[in-house]
Design a protein around this ligand. Structure first.
Ligand SMILES: NC(=O)c1ccc[n+]([C@@H]2O[C@H](COP(=O)([O-])OP(=O)(O)OC[C@H]3O[C@@H](n4cnc5c(N)ncnc54)[C@H](OP(=O)(O)O)[C@@H]3O)[C@@H](O)[C@H]2O)c1
Length: 228
């Protein structure tokens, strides 16, 4: 199951898992057309559920039945000066990026087979923040690190692993490779290019593979050297 799978990195994760024969269910909030097209393309099931709404989120997880892999990908970026940012927008970001990740992961563990996988999509900004204006976003991605460390201990006795994949600049609607801040980002990177959603999805797929069963409570950065 992928929370927030209609576009970008989430859609690439849906494609990767469907491509190796997994039965995939994903949620989306607003992008119905993209979600339905992806479901038709991959044979997966698309469910509309706002990750900020705890009851909607938990219902979408309960309906999925037994889970082997749970990926929490949904997030809002919402940058700006903290002195003037709308506090309601900050609360919404925290609801989607953090509260949904916590409640979704715990509910997923209730439905998960022993030896399952919980993977959150964090960000290199969980570790490093070279730009002003992304405080709430960075805070939310650091929170996922604590979530993974804690849940790894809580669910380790069942063989469930809990990890965070931390992309750097990746070409999606959230951060297009030809966007106005791209050059500034590339100047911070060893590889000086945006990554692709497929590259991130391949790391998620690896963490779900049987031989990754010994990796837990860990952060996996894929950022083109942004944080090097
Ligand atoms: N792109 C980057 O450079 C970058 C870098 C570091 C980390 N990341 C992280 O990677 C993940 C994916 O980013 P992306 O670039 O692919 O973003 P994106 O292009 O903005 O796509 C976001 C996805 O999340 C879904 N989503 C957003 N709010 C939701 C909600 N309330 N409920 C359910 N689904 C929701 C969206 O669905 P709808 O359209 O249906 O709302 C969409 O499928 C995020 O966690 C992001 O923080 C991205």
């Amino acid at each position: 199951m992928v929370v927030g799978g209609s576009r970008g990195i989430g859609a690439a994760i849906v494609r990767s898992f469907a491509g190796v024969g997994a039965r995939v269910r994903f949620t989306y909030a607003g992008s119905r057309d993209a979600a339905e097209a992806l479901a038709a393309e991959t044979g997966s099931i698309a469910v509309q559920a706002d990750a900020a709404d705890r009851e909607q989120l938990l219902a979408s997880i309960r309906d999925a039945g037994a889970l082997d892999v749970f990926v929490y990908n949904a997030a809002l970026l919402g940058g700006g000066d903290p002195l003037t940012l709308d506090p309601d927008a900050v609360d919404r970001l925290i609801d989607v990026n953090v509260r949904g990740a916590y409640h979704g992961s715990v509910e997923a563990a209730r439905r998960m087979t022993d030896g399952g996988r919980i993977i959150s999509i964090g960000s290199v900004h969980g570790d490093r923040m070279p730009f002003a204006g992304l405080t709430a976003y960075g805070m939310s991605k650091s929170a996922l690190q604590g979530l993974a460390r804690g849940l790894a201990r809580d669910f380790g006795p069942r063989g469930i692993t809990v990890n965070v994949v931390q992309p750097g600049p990746t070409d999606t609607d959230m951060n297009p490779a030809d966007g106005p801040l791209s050059q500034q980002m590339h100047d911070e990177m060893a590889l000086r290019r945006h990554g692709t959603a497929d590259e991130v999805a391949s790391l998620v797929l690896y963490l779900a593979a049987p031989l990754a069963r010994g990796i837990t409570g860990a952060m996996h950065t894929i950022d083109g050297g942004f944080g090097a």
